[in-house]
Design a protein around this ligand. Structure first.
Ligand code: HEM
Length: 216
């Protein structure tokens, strides 16, 4: 049997888009439960994961440059020279804290309600040039690389926890993988402009997708 999926809804209604992706990836409430269970195991290790992520981002000048400019909400002492910026600089501690909060939120969320979908989308959008004053213009190549790297770090953490059965590990890894592909779509839809909706609503009245053939 073939299920009809409405392209206009995909590009305008975040809930509809998410439900289509969920059906495609077999992402169910059971995966959310598995992510919540994984969160309990990961929480004590989040500082190490955040350190490892930013060590990676500071190890290349092309990704390091983004951390030499002042960002929203940070009003502490700012290091502006690449040679002086370290993982312990105040602006990096601030960013590590933001990443930790993000990881906690996406893994502990129990109700994937509209506000949560909008959050996942907003995180994607702010890295593009589409988010007005909060845009940070990170090229997608770095997002793609970091999503892959971060997922790998989470799998490594899970793999080393002996108290979890192999079956549970397998199921948690699958759930984490689905989560990352959903988050990846919520990045790429802004980069490829396959999203016409507004972050403040999950539903928009149907309209012709003007950007159907558009990419950057
Ligand atoms: C796995 C992919 C990524 C995820 C999940 C992610 C997640 C986040 C989150 C949750 C925030 C804070 C949003 C907020 O609450 O305001 C943020 C901010 C930021 N991200 Fe990313 N990020 C990713 C990739 C990158 C990459 C590759 C770079 C740069 C090379 C980057 C640079 C930044 C910067 C500079 C900010 C601060 C923006 C500001 O506060 O003005 N991110 N990111």
């Amino acid at each position: 049997m073939t299920e009809h999926i409405d392209n206009d809804q995909i590009t305008n209604n975040l809930r509809y888009r998410f439900e289509y992706l969920s059906k495609f990836l077999n992402f169910t409430s059971n995966d959310i439960t598995l992510l919540n269970q994984f969160a309990v195991l990961l929480l004590p290790r989040i500082p190490v994961v955040a350190d490892t992520v930013y060590r990676k981002l500071l190890s290349f000048d092309i990704t390091k440059q983004f951390f030499l400019v002042r960002n929203d909400g940070f009003d502490g002492h700012m290091v502006k020279k690449g040679t002086s910026l370290t993982l312990e600089s105040a602006q990096m501690t601030f960013r590590k804290d933001m990443l930790s909060k993000y990881l906690k939120r996406i893994l502990t969320q129990q109700d994937w309600n509209d506000a949560f979908l909008q959050y996942l989308s907003q995180v994607g959008k702010m890295h593009t040039n589409q988010a007005g004053s909060t845009s940070i213009n990170v090229d997608y190549i770095h997002i793609n690389a970091l999503l892959g790297y971060l997922e790998h770090l989470l799998i490594d953490v899970l793999w080393t926890i002996e108290s979890v059965s192999n079956q549970a590990k397998h199921d948690m890894i699958a759930a984490v993988n689905k989560l990352f592909w959903i988050q990846n779509d919520f990045f790429t839809m802004h980069y490829l402009r396959t999203w016409n909706g507004d972050e403040s609503t999950t539903t928009k009245s149907p309209s012709v997708n003007k950007n159907k053939y558009c990419c950057l």
